[in-house]
Design a protein around this ligand. Structure first.
Ligand code: BES
Ligand code: MN
Ligand code: MN
Length: 454
């Protein structure tokens, strides 16, 4: 049996095994899921062993364990470090799921469930590709180090400590990640750029306690109103961020790259359908693709305070809160942007209230050349898996770890994503297209096999 036949004949087995993984509610943000997180880590460790890794460890951290495994028996062959995450986003709002978040269900060629696309389904693609190679060749044809963390969705705090204290051990010729998306259906993609981010939380404090809005309204500052006024001032009419200096370090996109981006088979009609908003808006002077991939943003993610329950409650809230984020592009420095944002907010803030501002997580943007021979192998492997030539894309999401690895180890980072932009990552009805899950296993198995011929 050859590699392709092996993978083809194991479709049902692979899918059934993925169901097991998806059924574990490994939500990293909530402490009530601590034991599920442990279970997911153990599940991954077990599958690494059956994929032929000899040293498999569950590494405890300050928060959630990470799973590490390696197989280093291919003398003289390349070594890759594969990174992924087994934790998932909270499933809420539960009532908006067509089938329950942790009961994987196939509908219309798509597998639904939390983590199907981000990132359990994609991690499983690698586990099964490695296992297939191990079965067919008796031994893995390249050296593989695998690191699957459980804190990605909450900022990967423990990950970098582990990397720094295991620098020698983690050395590799390339970093391989599948935690991104394809440009569209039937368009296999290699991602060479990601945005960075700062995630902020703000508290505006006014009166010492909530007040009756009839008895006190008109004479006291309302923190919620002030918060809204602040955020209304952060964009101008061209949808540019008004924070002074915000764009200072933004690298212009070269004409050649703009041209290449323009030629991608990206369909505005599909994008509009995915978004479902009546009209689009974005920074003036840039195409939508540039707005999404090459330009920085400031987005309000949530505001709360006062009363938002059923019926009416006439109250002036004592405090108002906001969560917001800035997506960053080369060469913006997250720390500098955080300073500029804070300075600007403090300047706009009326003296009648107090503001606390905290940066909850941060990550640098990443863009890198894709000229290394590994990318040719990746390109050919995607063609074997999908029967189509892959395109090179940037994306708007963030994987801070990729930048850290790229800056520290100076290795090529090969990002082959098998999600799709409309697969509802982080939202109800998250799913992955089965054709991409199965195509992914084939492509990744051929990728690892192809690297052995370099
Ligand atoms: N897999 C995503 C990142 C991603 C999504 C990259 C889509 C490219 C396209 C990852 O799990 C994620 O959600 N990252 C967070 C940031 C993180 C620091 C919490 C994000 O991008 O918001
Ligand atoms: Mn992810
Ligand atoms: Mn995510």
């Amino acid at each position: 049996m050859n590699l392709t036949e092996y993978i083809e004949s194991h479709r049902d087995a692979h899918l059934n095994e993925l169901y097991e993984f998806l059924k574990i509610p490994s939500v990293s943000a909530k402490s009530e899921h601590k034991s599920d997180i442990e279970r997911a880590a153990q599940w991954v460790a077990e599958k690494l062993r059956s994929a032929g890794m000899d040293k498999v460890e569950i590494v405890p951290t300050k928060m959630h364990p990470l799973v590490y495994g390696e197989s280093l028996k291919a003398r003289g062959k390349p070594t890759v470090l594969f990174y992924g995450h087994y934790d998932v986003q909270p499933p809420e709002p539960l009532e908006l799921w067509t089938s329950p978040a942790f009961e994987p269900t196939v509908r219309n060629g798509n597998l639904f469930g939390r983590g199907t696309a981000d990132d359990k389904g994609q991690v499983h693609i690698h586990l099964k590709a490695l296992e297939a190679l191990h079965q067919i060749e008796g031994e893995l044809p390249i050296n593989v180090k695998v690191m699957i963390e459980g804190e990605e969705e909450v900022g990967s705090e423990s990950l970098w400590d582990f990397v720094l204290s295991n620098k020698e051990r983690l050395k590799a010729d390339a970093l391989v990640v599948s935690d991104t998306a394809m440009l569209g259906r039937g368009v296999p993609s290699i991602t060479y750029g990601l945005r960075g981010l700062n995630y902020y939380q703000m508290e505006i404090a006014g009166p010492a306690q909530d007040l009756h809005s009839g008895v006190f309204g008109g004479a006291v500052p309302n923190p919620l109103t002030i918060l809204c006024e602040l955020f209304a001032k952060l964009h101008d009419k061209n949808f540019r961020v008004t924070v002074p200096g915000f764009y200072d370090d933004v690298a212009a996109v070269s004409r050649a790259e703009r041209k290449a981006l323009h030629k991608l088979p990206w369909k505005e009609k599909e994008f509009r359908k995915t978004v479902g908003a009546p009209v689009l808006c974005g920074e003036k002077g840039y195409s939508i693709v540039e707005q999404l991939w090459c330009r920085p943003t400031l987005e309000l993610n949530g505001i709360w305070g006062g009363y938002a329950g059923e019926g009416a409650k006439t109250v002036i809230p004592s405090k108002a809160y906001a969560k917001f984020s800035t997506r960053l592009v080369p060469n913006q420095e997250p720390a500098r942007i955080a300073r500029l944002v804070e300075q600007h907010l403090r300047k706009l803030l009326p003296k009648t209230v107090q503001m606390k501002l905290e940066v909850l997580s941060t990550g640098k943007p990443w863009v890198a050349p894709f000229t290394h021979p590994f990318f040719e192998v990746a390109h050919d492997a995607l063609e074997k898996g999908f029967g189509k030539r892959a395109v090179f894309i940037r994306e708007g999401g963030s994987i801070p770890f990729v930048t850290q690895m790229y800056d520290t180890f100076k290795v090529p980072c090969v990002l082959m994503g098998f999600g799709l932009p409309d697969e509802n990552a982080h939202a109800p009805d998250e799913h992955i297209a089965l054709e991409n899950y199965f195509g992914g296993i084939k492509a990744i198995a051929h990728f690892y096999q192809g690297l052995a011929t370099l």
